[in-house]
Unconditional design. Structure first.
Length: 134
């Protein structure tokens, strides 16, 4: 299939491009690539992934997670990001509850935060499968 080896770029709408660039660079620590010819701005992340910030006067309309970063230690990632000023969301719903910002969802742990432009972002850590000791 032609797309199986294609590099993926996540496109996020932002109201204030400079404010968003500062957040993704200084708070999340992503590597800036620079402005694209159309005036949007690119960052790189692990595995060759790219994030493109595009200016949209109305910002995001999404009520779902727009981007999720896989981390090896969610507790350490939360502590590091909070140290950079990132504020995590907490939920207390019957089927969806966070403890220390983390929700266990089947085979992963996840924590959410919102960028300066209203995009919902996530960090997640895979939970290793239980080893049967029989």
């Amino acid at each position: 299939m032609i797309l199986k080896d294609a590099q993926i770029t996540t496109i996020l709408p932002v109201i204030d491009l400079e404010r968003a660039k500062d957040f993704y660079n200084h708070k999340l620590g992503l590597t800036p690539i620079g402005a694209s010819p159309d005036g949007d701005y690119l960052f790189s992340s692990g595995g060759g992934a790219k994030i493109k910030l595009i200016h949209k006067e109305e910002g995001t309309k999404a009520e779902h997670t727009a981007l999720s970063f896989e981390v090896s230690d969610i507790g350490a990632a939360i502590a590091e990001l909070e140290g950079q000023g990132v504020v995590f969301e907490d939920y207390d719903l019957p089927e969806f509850k966070t403890e220390n910002h983390v929700c266990v969802l089947g085979a992963e742990k996840a924590a959410w935060f919102v960028d300066t432009e209203g995009n919902i972002l996530c960090i997640h850590e895979a939970i290793p499968p239980a080893v049967n000791a029989s």
